[in-house]
Design a binder for this molecule. Structure first.
Ligand SMILES: Nc1ncnc2c1ncn2[C@@H]1O[C@H](COP(=O)(O)OP(=O)(O)OP(=O)(O)O)[C@@H](O)[C@H]1O
Ligand SMILES: O=P(O)(O)OC[C@H]1O[C@](O)(CO)[C@@H](O)[C@@H]1O
Ligand SMILES: [Mg+2]
Length: 543
């Protein structure tokens, strides 16, 4: 471990830094960032160069000790949860006209640049007297950029599990940097976070990545564990990297936040941009994560197969396991899309097997009615029941994620035992586990477009000097979201929400919930989430 005093680069950088000058005739925007850095003022060097913060005179900055968020308050309860900018800790950075202006493809676009004040509301369903609520900065190209094309030295890393679309995002970061901004130095870090200090790097060009979106997986390979913030930032510094693109799930975004904090502490001119990846769709705030649509579509093939098998025999049961460690979105959407599913089990909704209203009773009823049935089970469902029945130990992977027991096998065995031992009826059960086959395919057409927009938004943000942000779709608009916002909690299926009710009504399955379960779920959802703007919000509200 390297101490601050032992690193000469930190002292040198700190000695060079000084309080920003008061800008002439420009609004000074004060804000307070959480930890070690002193209070700073974001300024804009020239009138042709809009400041990174909102320019509207009515906005005042709020301060929130203990919060990592950069909060801007406006009228009528308007709150902007802004993302950091290089000028927050580096003063007098020169800016340059955005080279996109010279690009023939984009020069005809009527309003190509995003208005500096554009923000996107988190909540779109409002009442006439409700406050305007939380907003995020709108993503997109800015008039001026904080990097000269020739000076950019970017790198890309992929971490965590696989997900359809990883290669598309990699490709579009490289092509976006090159075609829109004329950047030609992009390094691929191999093997996830530990690749920064333990693996090789590869030079990436539009030509070398031309075809990669047609392949599953990640050409950079990935890993879990191995995040050593100081070693990673040392490596970034040693290589002269000044833009870091980090693609990964909730764990990866936490790692990206740690890297950003260390970079900021060392006062380096390095932009850190996260692109959220998770096939489980469990990242908070954003509408959905890339690869999710592809996964739901591919899951249909497994469900169809299970259905064909089940309806072709007497008392046929098809059990399909889908991914979803903590969140059952893939299972829920795949079930809703298919209409062949009779029962969907997810981690968020407790269920029980035996007795009145239990799963076995429902299976029996369904077989008597229809002669066959299909069950979709998310991998994280029923883990408490399995642990109870197998007296198993808790295990974790290299990143500290819970290692799951195979709910599909366990459930299939349980159903077989139930019907055999009680001589209820002869059943014919087929268990299909397509999880890794689904995760390993290339992204479908709509995910490819989505990946492209995410990658381009990340590139625009980094070029414009924003840092410490995750790019994401909020209510259909590309935004920059502070890391903390996407890592503080997981996106989960809300079982008291209308979407889960739609599922229950489509499958006709029992909810398996006691009134106590419903009460607990309601309490979980109703707990207000205080921000410094004192705006209460509910994640994943009804659609
Ligand atoms: N709290 C944390 N602080 C720093 N690094 C972290 C943290 N949590 C996870 N990481 C690092 O992020 C990387 C990926 O984490 P993880 O394996 O949990 O996958 P993920 O990004 O959550 O993706 P997935 O959706 O596949 O779970 C790992 O290298 C891990 O060490
Ligand atoms: O086997 P691995 O690579 O650890 O990944 C499995 C996990 O990854 C995820 O797909 C999330 O990326 C989970 O659904 C699943 O539990
Ligand atoms: Mg994760």
């Amino acid at each position: 471990m390297q101490s601050e005093a032992a690193d000469p680069r930190i002292d040198a950088a700190a000695a060079e830094s000084h309080e920003p000058q008061s800008p002439t005739g420009r609004q000074i925007i004060d804000f307070e960032l959480r930890n070690s850095l002193p209070r700073v003022r974001a300024t804009s060097p020239s009138s042709a160069d809009p400041p990174p913060g909102p320019a509207a005179a009515s906005l005042v900055m709020g301060t929130d000790p203990g919060s990592t968020l950069k909060i801007v308050k406006g009228e009528f309860g308007y709150v902007l949860e802004d993302v950091p900018h290089l000028t927050d800790y580096l003063s007098d950075l020169p800016t340059y006209p955005n080279p996109i202006k010279e690009n023939p493809a984009y020069s005809v676009v009527k309003q190509f640049f995003v208005n500096q004040d554009d923000t996107v509301p988190k909540k779109v369903v409002v009442q006439k007297d409700s406050p305007r609520g939380i907003h995020f900065r709108r993503a997109g190209p800015r008039q001026r950029v904080y990097f000269e094309s020739d000076d950019v030295n970017a790198c890309i890393v992929t971490c965590g599990g696989l997900c359809p679309g990883l290669n598309t995002v990699i490709r579009e970061i490289i092509c976006g940097l090159s075609y829109m901004y004329g950047v030609d130095k992009v390094l691929g870090i191999e093997g996830g976070y530990r690749g920064f200090y333990a693996r090789n790097t590869i030079q990436l060009t539009p030509k070398s990545v031309n075809d990669i979106h047609k392949r599953g997986g990640t050409i950079l390979s990935t890993s879990r564990g191995g995040h050593d913030t100081l070693k990673i930032v040392d490596n970034i510094q040693d290589r002269g990297i000044n833009q870091v693109y980090i693609i990964g799930g909730d764990g990866t975004q936490k790692g990206a936040a740690a890297i950003f904090e260390e970079i900021r502490r060392r006062r380096l001119k390095v932009a850190v941009a996260g692109i959220p990846k998770t096939i489980d769709n469990d990242i908070a705030v954003i509408d959905k994560s890339f690869g999710f649509d592809t996964a739901v579509e591919e899951a249909q093939r497994a469900i169809n197969a299970a259905h064909v098998e089940a309806e072709s025999v007497e008392n046929g049961i098809g059990v399909v396991k889908l991914m979803g460690r903590y969140s059952g979105f893939i299972a829920m959407y795949a079930t809703l899309a298919s209409r062949d599913v009779d029962c969907c089990l997810i981690p968020e909704s407790p269920f029980y097997l035996e007795g009145k209203g239990g799963l076995y009773e429902y299976i029996e009823k369904r077989l008597k009615e229809n002669g066959h049935m299909v069950i979709v089970v998310a991998e994280g469902a029923g883990q408490d029941l399995i642990i109870e029945s197998m007296k198993s130990m808790d295990h974790e992977d290299a990143s500290g994620n819970k290692l799951l027991l195979d709910v599909g096998l366990w459930l299939s065995q349980g159903i077989k035992n139930y019907f055999t031992s009680r001589q209820k009826m002869t059943i014919n059960l087929k268990y299909i586990d397509p999880t890794y086959m689904i995760r390993a395919i290339p992204s479908n057409a709509s995910d490819n477009v989505y990946c492209t927009l995410l990658a381009q938004s990340a590139v625009h943000g980094a070029m414009a000097g924003y840092t410490g942000f995750t790019v994401g779709l909020v209510n259909g608009r590309q935004t920059y979201i502070p890391f903390d916002r996407v890592t503080e909690k997981r996106n989960k299926v809300v079982i008291t929400d209308r979407m889960w009710a739609r599922l229950l009504s489509s499958t006709n399955q029992p909810s398996f919930l006691s009134s106590k379960d419903v009460e607990e779920a309601n309490i979980r959802e109703e707990q207000p989430k205080q921000t410094s703007g004192e705006v209460k919000c509910m994640e994943n509200g009804s659609t």
